[in-house]
Design a protein around this ligand. Structure first.
Ligand code: TXA
Ligand code: MG
Length: 312
C-alpha cells in the first residue's frame, strides 16, 4: 500500500508543528510524535493517559539512523538489525543524550525499531527526526490494527491517521535487550524467539516479569476487554454445547476461528480485532478461546490472550 503524497505532506507538517499522528506499521498502528521534541512527546502520554514511567519506542527510517538515538551498540544487536530490520523487532540500547528523558522514562536505555511498512518508511525517511510512537490505544487497551481502530478512540487527539491498510503482523514487535551484551527477550512479539536464536546461535532467555515490568506493556491485565474470557489449552477437548467457544482453527468454520487457515500468522492478524469485538458486546456470556500452539508466533498470541483473560 503506497502512501498518498498529499497525506504525507500533511503528516510532516503536523509532526513539525509538534502534533500527533496515527502511524501504520506492520505490527500495530502507532501514535507518533517528533521524538526529539519533549513537548510533542508529552502529548503522547496525555492522549493515551499513559503513566510517565512507561517509556516509548523510537522509530527510524534506515538502519544507519540508529546512531542518532543509541550508542555502544553490542555486536549481537548489529547481527539482529542486519537479519531482521526492517521488521517486528525492537532493540533496547544505550541512549544518546539527544533523546529526551521523557521518551525513555528517565532510563539510560532507548527502545528503537525500523518498521517494515511502506507508508511508515516513506514518512520516516523524509523526516529529519525519528518518531516516538507507542501503540495508538488508550493505556491498558487492545492495540489498534486498522486505521478505524485508531479513529474509534483517539480521533480528537490526532491531526490525522495515515492509512496503511490492516496490519500484516497484528501483534506488537518483539523487544530485545542486551544485559552484558547478550540478547534477552523483554516482550514476546511478531518476531519469534526461534528466529532470534537461529540468528544468534544461542538460547535466548526471556525476562517477562509482570510485577516489576522491564517492559511495562507487560502489566498482567494490559489487554483486558470488557467481556470475560476463559482460555482453553491448545488441542484440548472442545467445551460442551451452550458455551461460546472460539477455536484456534475449525476447518468447517474458519471465520469463527482465531486463525482462518490454521497458521499462527493468520491468528496474529485477527487477534486484536476479535478482542475489540468482545468489547462491543460486554454483557454476553463468557467466551472460551482456544490458545495457539505454544511455539513461534503462537507464544506472543498466547501472551496477549493470557493478559486479555486476566481479571485484576
Ligand atoms: O510493534 C510495536 O512495538 C508498536 C509499534 C507502534 O511500533 N509499538 C508498541 O509500543 O507496542 P508500546 O508503547 O505499546 O510498547 C512499548 C513497550 C513498552 O512496554 C515499554 O515499556 C517498552 O516498549 N520499552 C520502551 N523503552 C524501553 C526501554 N528503554 N527498556 C525496556 N522497555 C522499553
Ligand atoms: Mg501498547
Amino acid at each position: 500500500m503506497q502512501p498518498k503524497p498529499s497525506e504525507l505532506i500533511a503528516a510532516r507538517a503536523a509532526l513539525r508543528a509538534g502534533r500527533l499522528i496515527g502511524l501504520p506499521t506492520e505490527t500495530v498502528y502507532g501514535l507518533a510524535a517528533n521524538a526529539f521534541d519533549p513537548v510533542a512527546v508529552a502529548r503522547i502520554f496525555e492522549a493515551k493517559r499513559r503513566p510517565y514511567f512507561d517509556p516509548l519506542i523510537v522509530h527510524i527510517g534506515r538502519s544507519s539512523d540508529v546512531h542518532l538515538v543509541a550508542r555502544e551498540i553490542p555486536e549481537d544487536a548489529h547481527a539482529l538489525m542486519k537479519a531482521f530490520w526492517p521488521g517486528p523487532l525492537t532493540l533496547v540500547l544505550q541512549k544518546q543524550l539527544a533523546v529526551p528523558d521523557l521518551v525513555t522514562s528517565g532510563m539510560d536505555t532507548v527502545a528503537v525499531r525500523l518498521p517494515q511498512h511502506p507508508v511508515a518508511l516513506e514518512l520516516l525517511q523524509s523526516l529529519d527526526f525519528p518518531l516516538a510512537a507507542p501503540s495508538a490505544n488508550p493505556f491498558g487497551y487492545v492495540s489498534p490494527t486498522t486505521r478505524q481502530h485508531v479513529l474509534d478512540q483517539l480521533t480528537d487527539e490526532v491531526a490525522l491517521v495515515l492509512d496503511g491498510g490492516p496490519c500484516t503482523v497484528g501483534v506488537e514487535s518483539t523487544i530485545v535487550g542486551f544485559p552484558k551484551g547478550r540478547a534477552t527477550v523483554l516482550r514476546l512479539g511478531g518476531l519469534s524467539v526461534e528466529d532470534l536464536e537461529a540468528c544468534l546461535g544461542y538460547t535466548v532467555p526471556t525476562q517477562l516479569s509482570s510485577s516489576q515490568p522491564h517492559s511495562p506493556g507487560q502489566l498482567a491485565s494490559h489487554y483486558a476487554p470488557a467481556r470475560a474470557i476463559r482460555l482453553v489449552e491448545h488441542g484440548a477437548v472442545r467445551p460442551e454445547n451452550g458455551v461460546t467457544f472460539l477455536p484456534f482453527f475449525n476447518e468447517e468454520q474458519p471465520t469463527f476461528s482465531l486463525s482462518e487457515d490454521g497458521t499462527t500468522a493468520s491468528a496474529a492478524t485477527r487477534l486484536f480485532g476479535l478482542l475489540r469485538q468482545l468489547d462491543h458486546s460486554p454483557d454476553g456470556p463468557e467466551v472460551w478461546i482456544e490458545k495457539a500452539p505454544e511455539s513461534g508466533l503462537g507464544r506472543a498470541i498466547n501472551d496477549r490472550l493470557t493478559r486479555a483473560a486476566h481479571r485484576a
